[in-house]
Structures are given as structure tokens and as C-alpha cells.
Design a protein around this ligand. Structure first.
Ligand SMILES: Cc1ncc(C[n+]2csc(CCOP(=O)(O)OP(=O)(O)O)c2C)c(N)n1
Ligand SMILES: [Mg+2]
Length: 311
């Protein structure tokens, strides 16, 4: 039997809903070509971002991937500036020049995301080392996909962080896919055992839909970092509902089955708590409408902005 969600769970469900609905709006808008940026949707994976960011203070900082809308929102980025960025307009969070894959909002600790797989992992290590050298208690999380664990820089980053006791939380957002290739087809090693070989503490969350568990586990790991512990490694298993890139479904692409989605669909908090979600829909829709209106009204970047922000 489900227990009634408390205020904390309601807050997390609302954030999950906001992310889901804004990405669904992106899907609706996409055929209009108003959003020309490629989009890697997080639909299905939102609870991972929501749970991780719940445990972070506004001063804590986050590095993530091109699948970053959820993180931008969960870390406190504003919706109108997100939508205008996707539209490529001057009101966007990066003046319309970064697009979906390179979202950053340093003022809320969302330091950056990148199209280059694994490239933000060492950025997280560097930022955490800087915080340590400055004696700050700022915690740093660097999020990457399971595919990123096959990149050399991931291994270099783990080795360096353990060797120098860098207080960074490595988070592997494991949807068991890299584009169309499953984890089992790609890796001869077990990702967690392999990380352990560097001497790092590892934790695995099997249910990436468990908002409360993700929040609680992350809070515990960040407390350990703040107390001067070395790096920590967390894997959260999750499931991507949509195609790797773009607004569509791809269950007919031949690399996975619709039935694979069923257990995740069942434990999806937006389905489990459908009654609560219903009561939140109108307000969430109004918030998204305002963001879209802002993007529509925002002007394209002026030609003289072409070479600014790049030096
Ligand atoms: C260095 C690099 N190699 C290859 C690519 C092409 N590429 C884009 S996404 C992707 C899959 C990455 O999978 P994963 O890290 O698990 O992230 P997910 O897309 O599942 O969130 C690949 C290989 C790239 N963008 N950068
Ligand atoms: Mg993946």
C-alpha cells in the first residue's frame, strides 16, 4: 500500500513533473523548427536529477552532460531563460548561443554541460580540488552517462581524485545505453568493480525512480565530502524513454523492446502518484506557457554579439 506523500515528496514530484512537461513541450514545438538545437531529452530519467540536486545547497556546484535540461531545472535554473536558449534567442541563459547541449547557469551552481562525452568529468575534479585548496565546504558533483566510463579521461579523473583525496562525487547516470548500444554489448568489465579498483567508495541505487532514496543517499555522500573525506562514486540506474537525440520514440529501431520500459513506467513517480500530479498540472502548464511566451518574444542575438563570450 502506498503511504500518502509528505511535503518533501510532493516537492520532488512537482519538480519531476515540471521537467517532464517542459520536455514534452519541446517535443510539441520541435516540428515548428523554432528549436533548432539538437535535444537529448531526459524523459524517464528526471528523478535522478531531482534527487541529486535536492541534496545540494545553492553554493554546491554541478557539472553534467548534453542530456542536461533536467539538471538545469533541478539545480535552480530559470525556465524562461532555458526556453529562450533552446530557441536561440538573446534572452537565453547564454544569450541563445549555447543551445540545449551546453546549458550553464553558474549563478545557481550549474557550471556546465557539454556535447563531448566525459568532458565535464575532469572539470568537476578540478573544481573540487580548487574548493579544497581554498578551504571551502562547497561540494561538487560531476554527472556522466554509462558510456562515459569507457573514455580515458574518466579513468584519469578517478585515479587523480583518489590519489589527491579530491572531494568530488562522481555520479554515473546509468541508462545502460550509449546511443543504440547496450552496456552488455560494450563493456567487458563491471563498471562498479572497475571503479573500486581505484580504491574509491562505491554506492549503487538500483531504482532511479526513487526520489527519496536518491536524495538521502546523495545527502549522506555529500556530508562525507564536506567532512574531508575523499571522492565518492555513485551509480544510479535509470531508463531513457525517448530516442537518444531528438523528440521521437524509437522502440522500432531494433535495439531495445518496448517491454523493457514497463517496470520503469510502473515505478515512474508521475504514474505512482498520478492523483497528486493531477492537482499540479494547471500550475505547471501556466509556468511553461510563460517560459514559451518569453522565448517567443525574445529577439535573436544581434550580429555584434557573434564574437562576444568566446574569448
Ligand atoms: C568524445 C565523444 N565520443 C563520442 C561521441 C558521440 N556520442 C554522443 S552521445 C554518445 C553516447 C554516450 O552515452 P552515455 O555516456 O551513456 O550517455 P547517455 O546518452 O546515455 O545519456 C556518444 C558515443 C561524443 N559526443 N563525444
Ligand atoms: Mg547511457
Amino acid at each position: 500500500m502506498l503511504t500518502a506523500p509528505n511535503e518533501r515528496l510532493k516537492r520532488l514530484i512537482r519538480q519531476t513533473l515540471l521537467i517532464r512537461r517542459i520536455e514534452e513541450r519541446v517535443i510539441e514545438l520541435y516540428p515548428s523548427d523554432k528549436i533548432q538545437s539538437p535535444v537529448h531529452l531526459s524523459i524517464g530519467q528526471e528523478p535522478v536529477a531531482v534527487g541529486l540536486c535536492e541534496a545540494m545547497t545553492p553554493q554546491d556546484i554541478l557539472f553534467t552532460t548534453y542530456r542536461g535540461h533536467a539538471y538545469y531545472i533541478a539545480k535552480g535554473g530559470t525556465l524562461p531563460e532555458l526556453m529562450a536558449e533552446l530557441y536561440g534567442r538573446s534572452g537565453g541563459v547564454s544569450g541563445g548561443k549555447a543551445g540545449s547541449m551546453h546549458l550553464a547557469a553558474p549563478e545557481v551552481g550549474m557550471m556546465g554541460s557539454s556535447a563531448v562525452v566525459a568532458s565535464t568529468i575532469p572539470h568537476g575534479v578540478g573544481a573540487a580540488l580548487a574548493a579544497k585548496l581554498r578551504g571551502e565546504k562547497q561540494a561538487v558533483i560531476t554527472v556522466f552517462g554509462d558510456g562515459a566510463t569507457e573514455e580515458g579521461v574518466y579513468h584519469e579523473s578517478l585515479n587523480f581524485a583518489v590519489l589527491h583525496k579530491v572531494p568530488v562525487l562522481f555520479v554515473c547516470e546509468n541508462n545502460a545505453l550509449a546511443v543504440h548500444t547496450s552496456l552488455a554489448e560494450r563493456q567487458a568489465f563491471d563498471t562498479e568493480s572497475h571503479a573500486k579498483a581505484y580504491g574509491i567508495n562505491t554506492t549503487v541505487i538500483e531504482d532511479g525512480n526513487d526520489l527519496i532514496k536518491i536524495g538521502d543517499v546523495t545527502a549522506k555522500l555529500l556530508a562525507s565530502l564536506r567532512a574531508g573525506g575523499g571522492p565518492e562514486w555513485l551509480m544510479i540506474k535509470t531508463y531513457r524513454y525517448k530516442e537518444h537525440v531528438g523528440p521521437g520514440d524509437d522502440f522500432d529501431a531494433g535495439y531495445r523492446k518496448r517491454a523493457d520500459m514497463e517496470p520503469w513506467w510502473k515505478s515512474d513517480p508521475l504514474n505512482r502518484y498520478a492523483d497528486i500530479v493531477k492537482g499540479m498540472e494547471a500550475e505547471v502548464k501556466a509556468e511553461i506557457d510563460r517560459a514559451v511566451a518569453f522565448a517567443e518574444a525574445s529577439a535573436p542575438p544581434a550580429p555584434e554579439q557573434l564574437l562576444t563570450d568566446v574569448e
